[in-house]
Design a protein. Structure first.
Lengths: 112, 113
């Protein structure tokens, strides 16, 4: 059974810092991995999707990497801003039409 | 493009009562998902529809939860009777296909007293 772990559970940083969020998964036979953002009281917004054959994806100040063999992904946020404050969730999908399995998320606070 | 719509946004009921949630996916999306997100946890898939057929309902507590997707568009999720542990946010999501990016609605926050 796939399990997804996110470390740290919470993180507080001053504005302008570069930061890394970590995600690990137990079964390396994945189809893809997604990073989502969730603001309080709202649904999830997809940030980046990495296919199993890819090593990384970039969108603006966000960069996500995938090391399938070691069961790890990182989300790198450059020059953090207060507007980046949210919970970041990692989710993996196995092969076939299997459901997304989510981690518990990392709650990020960027202090102005 | 309009996003995924859900209603109601909030619901408070007493245990053993019934409740229903509604979801309207993004136009043209064939796949619809219902997730349960308990406070402090990641979302857990309850049921996945492809058009109006069920693809995966292995984690749906079928003794009290039911869901349908009328004509392959809107969907309703029902709980009858509700238990205290059903207090959670119920998220609806949709996608073009079963393996593509999912778009989430704002969720319905349920409190069972």
């Amino acid at each position: 059974k796939q399990e997804v772990t996110q470390i740290p559970a919470a993180l507080s940083v001053p504005e302008g810092e570069n930061l890394v969020l970590n995600c690990s998964f137990t079964d390396s036979a994945i189809y893809n991995l997604q990073w989502f953002r969730q603001d309080p009281g709202k649904g999830l917004t997809s940030l980046l999707l990495i296919q199993s054959s890819q090593r990384e994806q970039t969108s603006g100040r966000l960069n996500a990497s995938l090391d399938k063999s070691s069961g790890r992904s990182t989300l790198y946020i450059a020059a953090s801003q207060p507007g980046d404050s949210a919970t970041y969730l990692c989710a993996v999908r196995g092969s076939g039409n299997t459901p997304l399995v989510f981690g518990k998320g990392t709650r990020l606070s960027v202090i102005a | 493009e309009a996003g995924v719509a859900q209603s109601p946004r909030y619901k408070i009921i007493e245990k053993r009562q019934s409740v229903a949630f509604w979801c309207n996916p993004i136009s043209g999306h064939a796949t619809l998902y219902w997730y349960q997100q308990i406070l402090g946890q990641g979302p857990k898939l309850l049921i996945q529809f492809q058009n109006n057929g069920v693809v995966d309902d292995s984690q749906l507590p079928k003794d009290r939860f039911s869901a349908e997707r009328l004509k392959g568009v809107d969907s309703t999720l029902k709980i009858q009777p509700a238990k205290l542990e059903d207090s959670a946010v119920y998220l609806c999501a949709s996608s073009w296909g079963g393996e593509e990016t999912q778009y989430f609605g704002p969720g319905t926050r349920l409190l069972v007293l």
